[in-house]
Design a protein around this ligand. Structure first.
Ligand code: NAP
Length: 516
């Protein structure tokens, strides 16, 4: 296929009036479509369910963004049957034809970009720039995985011995269950689904209960792109109601999950259990949480370090698995960096992401609000709060202001994933100690070092225990194809989304040898 080389989608420039106007128009248009109902899509059927999921705007919880079906075991069973049937044809469809569907979906997303941003603002509570980065990432996944499938379509080179031909190729696996979180409802859902599909598998797509309308929009885009019926079965539902059934079923070949450590470990355990009629060892791709640290040593550019701590800690209200939730500062620069971080964080504007100038929106849901508020209470007892206010009434929006605690390294707020705009700041007497504190976590997702000391950077290059390590920059916003993303330790299976090893996780490698 004659494709232009891959390159990342360029972010929108919000200093251009035409982009601001287009976004306002999209917010108005999508705003007029709030409150609609979205059924499950199983094969050719739109399927209604007895129950429903009511999705609300986290900045204004009385506003219903939409209502979706809420799948039970009955619909999950239908979806597994349909996906199993559709696999026959789809798995025999050429890699080129499969890749073309992704390229078409990418073109549709580009055309509908502002609309997608508006859904992100209403349902995800995302400020404009955050929403844009995420939709750009979804487009990147489609473009990148399409090209990756073309690269792998004829297999990869291996050696042959004289008189024989050895071939190493990949084939589709079967039915995959795609279980996504709410924090990147367009990008992660699109990325996980498109990788599985382009590899020749059929899927059951389960979005988070907090962002099911965005899930419906993504499913519609694949439909509009010409994906044959039954290849993608859209199954909104509560994880607690249909999750175990989907994971345990004998028809499920693999599970691709992104979410919390607790759910990921449960899925891993259930998928490993042998069941009746089992024909394969289920594969689990699980990307989970983090407690990500930035280390700032005494040689660092302190202004730049402070700006990137603020960006990494408070982008999307700290609700990124890659977010900086620990800043470990060398004692010699501790006070200066902390002052700069507090000053810069004070400048962030909190509010409803419908407005262009908001930097920090709400957290996603009432349970998330209660959880983060609980950690704020704990942090106040464990250390000193140098920034932040007590959370207000959640009924007027799930807002939590950027918060900073000075704490000891073993404080609860410095060890557990909070997933909100809460940063723990820890003092270290030297670089050795700082790196030790950074690595003293069961998680290992992202991390960063700010330093001009070559020895420190080289040590961290070898020893920082994280799947994605960044030097002298922010630690969030991994670019597809440029910063393949995934964690070590209890952060997951290190699948590296957006990288060269990702697609093979969705396929079976075959070695075929012929002697002549
Ligand atoms: P979550 O509560 O674990 O939910 C993730 C998904 O799993 C949702 O679709 C959820 O459905 C579903 N689920 C819940 N119980 C299930 C079960 N028993 N079986 C199968 N599925 C089940 O996580 P979240 O709150 O949505 O997301 C935040 C977490 O994701 C954080 O820990 C964050 O660090 C992590 N994350 C990691 C990455 C990464 O790349 N490593 C990226 C983004 C987020 P319901 O919504 O219906 O409960």
């Amino acid at each position: 296929m004659g494709l232009i080389p891959y390159k990342n989608e360029v972010y929108l420039d919000w200093s251009e009036d035409k982009n601001v106007e287009s976004m306002r128009a999209a917010l108005k248009d999508v705003g007029s479509r709030l409150g609609r109902s979205y059924p499950a899509i199983i094969g050719s059927k739109r399927v209604e369910t007895n129950g429903e999921i009511v999705s609300v705007n986290p900045a204004n919880p009385s506003q219903v963004v939409g209502r979706t079906a809420s799948a039970t075991e009955r619909e999950a069973n239908m979806a597994l049957d349909t996906a199993t049937g559709a696999f026959e044809h789809w798995s025999r469809t050429s890699p080129e034809a499969r890749a073309r569907i992704l390229l078409r979906a990418s073109a549709i997303m580009k055309r509908r970009r502002f609309e997608l941003l508006a859904w992100e603002a209403y349902e995800g509570g995302k400020p404009w720039a955050e929403a844009d980065a995420q939709v750009a990432e979804a487009i990147d996944f489609l473009e990148y995985y399409a090209r990756e499938m073309l690269r792998l379509g004829d297999g990869v080179e291996i050696y042959s011995i004289p008189g024989e031909e050895s071939r190493y190729t990949y084939q589709p696996m079967g039915v995959g269950v795609i279980i996504a979180p709410w924090n990147f409802p367009t990008a992660i859902l699109t990325g996980m689904s498109s990788a599985a599909i382009v590899a020749g598998n059929t899927i059951i797509m389960k979005p988070s209960e907090f962002t099911p309308v965005i899930g419906a929009v993504v499913a519609e885009i694949f439909e509009e792109a010409g994906l044959p019926e039954g290849v993608l079965n859209f199954l909104p539902g509560y994880g607690s109601e249909v999750g175990d059934y989907l994971v345990e079923d004998a028809r499920t070949r693999f599970i691709s999950f992104t979410g919390s450590m607790k759910t990921g470990l449960r899925i891993n355990e259930l998928a490993a259990r042998q069941i009746e009629n089992q024909r394969w060892v289920k594969r689990v791709i699980a990307e989970m949480g983090g407690k990500d640290a930035m280390v700032i040593d005494e040689s660092a550019d302190l202004d730049s370090a402070a700006a990137d701590i603020v960006k990494s800690a408070y982008g999307y209200s700290g609700q990124k698995c890659s977010a900086a939730s620990r800043a470990i500062l060398h004692a010699d620069v501790y006070d200066e960096v902390l002052d700069k971080v507090v000053e810069k964080a004070k400048d962030l504007k909190i509010g409803d992401p419908e407005s262009a100038d908001v930097n920090v929106g709400p957290v996603i849901s009432e349970p998330q609000f209660e959880k983060v508020a609980g950690y704020v209470d704990v942090g106040k007892q464990e250390g000193e709060r140098v920034l932040g206010e007590d959370p207000g009434d959640p009924q007027s929006g799930y807002f939590i202001s950027p918060t900073i605690f000075e704490v000891e390294r073993d404080a609860t707020v410095a060890r557990e994933e909070i997933f909100g705009p809460v940063l723990s700041v820890i003092k270290a007497s030297d670089f050795d100690e700082a790196l030790r504190v950074a690595n003293d976590s069961p998680y290992g997702l992202t991390g960063g070092v700010y330093s001009k000391n070559r020895d420190h950077l080289e040590r961290a290059r070898r020893e920082f225990k994280a799947g994605n390590v960044y030097f002298n920059r922010s630690i969030t916003g991994a670019l597809v194809g440029v910063q393949p993303f995934g964690g070590f330790g209890m952060s997951g299976t290190d699948s590296k989304a957006g990288g060269p090893d990702y697609l093979p996780l969705h396929m079976l490698a075959r070695t075929v040898v012929e002697r002549f």
